[in-house]
Design a binder for this molecule. Sequence first.
Ligand code: HEC
Ligand code: HEC
Length: 471
Amino acid sequence: MQRHSPATLAHRFLDRMTHSGRRLVPTAIGVVLVALPAGVRAQAGGIGFGPVRDTDYRENGNYDTAKVELGRLLFFDELLSGNRNISCATCHHPDNASGDALSLAIGEGGIGIGVGRSTGTGTDRVPARVPRNSPALFNLGARQFGRLFHDGRVAVDGAQDSGFDTPAGDDLPSGLDNVLAAQALFPLTSTVEMAGQRAENKIAKAAARGRLAGNNGVWGRLAKRLRNVPAYVTLFRQVFDDVDAARDINIVHAANAIAAFEMSALRSDNSPFDRFLRGNQGALSAQARRGMNLFYGQAGCARCHAGPFQTDGRFHSIALPQVGPGTGGGGDGRDDFGRANVTGNVGDRYRFRTPSLRNVELTAPYGHDGAYSTLANMVRHYRDPARELRAYDPNQLILPSRVDLDAEDLVVMSDPARVAAIAASNQARPSRLDNVDVADLVAFLRSLTDPSARDLGALVPDSVPSGLITR
Ligand code: HEC
Ligand code: HEC
């Protein structure tokens, strides 16, 4: 039932990557700029692309206000979880720049948000860590973000009737507005994230059996919950032309509203770097300029972190240390084979989607499993990924401790053969970044922070229709 995307040949250019073998010297973009006519300068910014525009976003950045507002309520409403104890916002909270500030997420059963989140108590406690880091959700309304999740398992795909390739195969309902709406259906179906454990509630039971569609599937049961809240019925009727009565509400309406909220609320493209791209030469400090020139020049970062959002949308291995319970790879399930989970190709093992670096200063820890807790550590990884992998210091992990969970965290890193396999997959050639280069690159990465992303507190609603709000 699950359809696999064909393997991509897009990594080929990496084979041609060479290393100059000398200290990286920033290219003199400033000098080049002076030589260019004004029109070219504005368009190219010296780095091959111009500023982000409204038309780069789905619906050209214009979203229906009422739909966005409904999506906001749903995003914060714990009614959408099997045990009514977790919402999207728990792991993508405004206080944590739309992430959770943990290396690996703590799903339903946990208590609190952010670094203070616990693994819960008694029989309600979490059975395992979520195997991956909660990513920040900035700018996902941009059209270029066609593949979601660290392994791209939810993606735009014109060959499918629904328009999307997802783990649900033919069960995916039609009518989803965009790939973000398709994505929003999946946290609901995850036992460890939102649904709960089999014996705890009917939604969890359906999730554990893989029953997603139909009235008694995960999505049908959740839609029924929404239909039973009069305030939601009123709102859904106001927003959607095809909803006249409670019975017309289905999970697709909810997903479309959540997507509208994410696209609208988390657009974030007014950083110093954006102002620079719009022609304000003074927006970046000299150090950030040096870092930018390295990033888009000799440090080779832009081979993968391309364009104004710093991503090519493709999958690469940078030999990031592997921590946590894994996603079922290897004899004991502790490996995370990343993109290979989706394509089935051994050659895709340990490859993950290049993340956008917008607001990256605010979104630690880093990588698909939050292995690195600071930007400097993350950037130093690129000096020699295989060496840094072996020298990895797990003390930087940001995880609530629990003896049985801790015991799973470093299984892969304690096995030399598995570490060697990760090292061998690396596609980021060592680049001789000295301490000044690292500091310059970090300064550039900090220039990607939109000041408005520092305080997203206004996104938290005063209340939600079910009364079960995540604060
Ligand atoms: C238990 C924590 C948790 C909850 C609850 C949760 N998420 Fe996530 N979210 C994650 C993690 C972890 C990932 C990455 C998973 C992966 O790549 O395998 C993720 C990935 C995503 C992505 C993909 C981002 C990208 O750049 O590819 C989006 C969008 C998203 N979540 C939105 C939502 C929405 C909407 C909800 C509620 C319906 C939700 N999340 C609930 C933890 C959570
Ligand atoms: C070969 C492609 C490639 C190159 C070259 C590359 N990156 Fe990355 N980068 C990635 C991928 C893929 C990830 C995510 C890896 C993972 O999750 O396992 C990543 C992750 C990151 C992160 C963490 C972002 C987050 O939100 O977790 C930062 C910061 C980063 N890279 C900066 C850089 C810098 C600076 C350079 C240049 C010195 C660089 N990258 C070069 C592909 C690359």
